[in-house]
Design a protein around this ligand. Structure first.
Ligand code: 13P
Length: 251
């Protein structure tokens, strides 16, 4: 069985005070859950959020990771070694904002996935099509190409066995316009069928979470689909009650 995962991607949001209130609220309200729950704060808050989370079941992740595992001349980057020292067990990689605002290409994203796995950080490897690609009918092609960037590495299948995938249709991110449960399920099923061509166990075992305008009201229907194993939550992860409702829907 694939254990559900609900991950909050705080993006570039938060203040010293706000972060404390958010974490204390999540810890107080979470209760028993069958889902893994994760928060990914901006890097500047990783240390303080890590301290606030001590002893709690909520896990800590980063919003990106360097393709080099240790240290070196990579201005603005954080390595797997640094992230693990500060308690991060996950890193979001290839988020559409990194791909489309900062120009991170498939090859770099794949290298970041490899560096994360070799540094004992679980990648949350994001894939998803633009609106124009969906309208042109090329969604599956785009998704396949993004997956293939990792699959064609020497140890691609092994890397993906250590990875969580996040399907985030770019047109549904921050727009309030979510994919319907059926639309999301269709892409998740396609992802499994594409991976099955390489390795059946990978296709069955890999966790694929959905992201894009997930909220307290739509979470149950989206996360109830058979190939959707949780959510990557943006805006709603900044509101305690909404995030807790989504965690409840998952677990
Ligand atoms: P929203 O939930 O705000 O649409 O953001 C989704 C997302 O990009 C999570 O990584």
């Amino acid at each position: 069985m694939r254990r559900p995962l609900v991950a909050g991607n705080w993006k570039m949001n938060g203040t010293r005070e706000g972060v404390v209130a958010l974490i204390e609220g999540i810890k107080a309200g979470l209760g028993d859950t069958n889902a893994d729950v994760l928060v990914c704060p901006p890097a500047i808050f990783i240390d303080s959020v890590g301290s606030l989370l001590e002893g709690s079941q909520v896990k800590l992740g980063a919003q990106n990771i360097c393709q080099e595992a240790e240290s070196g001349a990579y201005t603005g980057e954080l390595s797997a070694a640094m992230l693990t020292e500060f308690g991060c067990s996950y890193a979001i990689i290839g988020h559409s904002e990194r791909r489309h605002v900062y120009g991170e290409a498939d090859k770099l994203v794949a290298e970041r996935v490899a560096a994360a796995v070799s540094g004992n950080v679980t990648p949350i490897f994001c894939i998803g099509e633009l609106l124009e690609e969906r309208e042109k009918g090329t969604t599956e092609q785009v998704i396949a190409q993004q997956l293939d960037a990792v699959l064609k590495l020497d140890n691609g299948v092994a890397l993906l066995k250590e990875t969580v995938l996040a399907y985030e249709p770019v047109w549904a991110i921050g727009t309030g316009k979510t994919a319907s449960p059926e639309q999301a399920q269709a892409v998740h099923a396609f992802i499994r069928s594409h991976l099955a061509k390489q390795d059946e166990a990978l296709a069955v075992g890999i966790k694929i979470i959905y992201g894009g305008s997930v909220n307290a009201a739509n979470a149950e229907n989206l996360l109830g689909m058979p190939d959707i194993d949780g959510g990557l939550i943006g805006g709603a992860s900044l509101k305690v009650n909404d995030f807790l409702a989504i965690c409840k829907a998952a677990g």
